[in-house]
Write a protein that binds this ligand. Structure first.
Ligand SMILES: [Zn+2]
Ligand SMILES: [Zn+2]
Length: 269
């Protein structure tokens, strides 16, 4: 069964391989469609986002590649906006809205850099109260549709990225559950589709997807829509676990969207 992915990074941001190499690999792997989601510029310098000029170049190059390979694979030129990304007028095919930062006391704290950074941020900015940090994260997540008008909600519970290696907080703590559920309930009111992201497993951080399949099932049962994404940063991980997750969801009776057409029909009506 041919599956798509709509979460892919290239050398235009923090990916390892060029967009053309990614497209060729996706064709080789038999993907039905591939969507690119370059990291939009942030209001401060980073080493993982496109620059303003790079963003224009990205859109131009990818639009040409879409045309070049249109008989072999459907390519979509999207973007991954952070809650705090700089606005743009580039007419992307679709938008992923993701939270990679918590804004605390005027400082953008990175959520996914390393467990050491996360631990230090909780100590220095939250007086060691990890659940206050989690609450700020989910508050930001709850506003991601409002902030970005995204079609896809990226890695909903990215804040858990390091907890398998460093149990800074527990996903079964009432304050964690409460914060997460508030964000979930708010986002279920929007048309945005939730991705099930296998990237954390590929990179060896987590044993489960963002969000887990159990949470994905809950989203589905509460009327939310799902799509499986690899959040790939190289030709090696383009289809990582896509079919495993698809089979698991099939076994659970959980449906997921299979094309960009389906996604945009849900989100752009
Ligand atoms: Zn992301
Ligand atoms: Zn990404």
């Amino acid at each position: 069964m041919a599956l798509p992915t709509y979460h892919a990074h290239t050398t235009f941001c923090d990916g390892r391989d060029s967009a053309e190499d990614m497209i060729k690999a996706a064709i080789e792997l038999g993907l039905s469609e591939i969507g690119f989601s370059g990291h939009a510029p942030m209001p401060f310098a980073t080493d993982w986002c496109m620059t303003k000029a790079g963003e224009r170049e990205y859109f131009k190059t990818l639009t040409a590649l879409k045309e070049k390979y249109k008989d072999k694979i459907r390519v979509f030129v999207g973007v991954e906006f952070d809650a705090y990304s700089s606005p743009t007028d580039i007419p992307y095919d679709y938008v992923i809205g993701s939270v990679h930062h918590v804004l605390k006391d005027g400082v953008y704290l990175t959520v996914d850099e390393s467990k050491e950074t996360t631990r230090a941020n909780i100590m220095n900015y939250y007086g060691g109260d990890a659940y206050s940090y989690v609450e700020d994260y989910y508050l930001t997540v709850s506003r991601i549709y409002e902030a970005t008008r995204c079609d896809i909600i990226g890695h909903f519970d990215l804040v858990t990225k390091f907890i398998d290696k460093d149990p800074l907080f527990s996903e079964s703590h009432p304050r964690y559950i409460n914060a997460r559920n508030h964000a979930l309930t708010d986002l279920l009111e929007t048309p945005a589709v939730f991705e099930i992201n296998t990237g954390g497993i590929y990179r060896g951080y987590r044993n489960v997807t963002f969000p887990s399949l159990d949470l994905a099932k809950e989203i589905y049962e509460r009327g939310g829509k799902l799509v499986i994404n690899s959040d790939t940063h190289s030709v090696k991980s383009i289809d990582f676990m896509l079919s495993d997750v698809a089979s698991a969801l099939d076994g659970m009776g959980v449906e997921y969207l299979m094309s960009m057409n389906q996604i945009l029909r849900v989100t752009r009506q």
